[in-house]
Design a protein around this ligand. Structure first.
Ligand SMILES: [Zn+2]
Length: 130
């Protein structure tokens, strides 16, 4: 997914910088510079909390997106005997494309519809969320 990968990059940079700040804080503390060590500790801790919180939010959003997108279905129909078959959309499917042979009469089948499956329950959930 496009957007989360950029967000993830920012999160990991923040995470890395916070860890560097924490390591630097330890070395400044052992060198006796407690004021700088304290600032670095604060920056590192805030960065860690911020990046882990963002990571948690992003992961939640990705899993929510996965649930919200219903599958695309392709309906294939046999013009000869009327046999209908619904399967998941495959790359290269288009309406009136000749599909696989009919399971009943072995005649060539046609793709008659390509649509996104709509689940009413999901829509209700979406409405209550916003
Ligand atoms: Zn048929």
């Amino acid at each position: 997914m496009r957007i989360p990968s950029i967000v993830l990059l920012i999160i990991f940079i923040t995470l890395a910088l916070s860890l560097i700040a924490l390591v630097a804080a330890v070395s400044f503390f052992s060198a006796g510079d407690q004021v700088i060590a304290g600032y670095l500790l604060l920056v590192g801790a805030v960065g860690l909390i911020f990046s882990s919180y963002m990571l948690y939010q992003t992961r939640r959003r990705i899993s929510a997106l996965k649930i919200e997108v219903p599958p695309i279905l392709t309906t294939i129909e046999c013009k000869k005997c009327g046999f209908k078959n619904v399967r998941e959309f495959q790359r290269g499917d288009y309406i009136f494309k000749e599909g696989e042979p009919c399971q009943k009469c072995n005649d060539k089948m046609l793709i008659t519809a390509i649509y996104r499956e709509v689940r009413n329950k999901d829509k209700e959930k979406e409405r209550s969320r916003f």
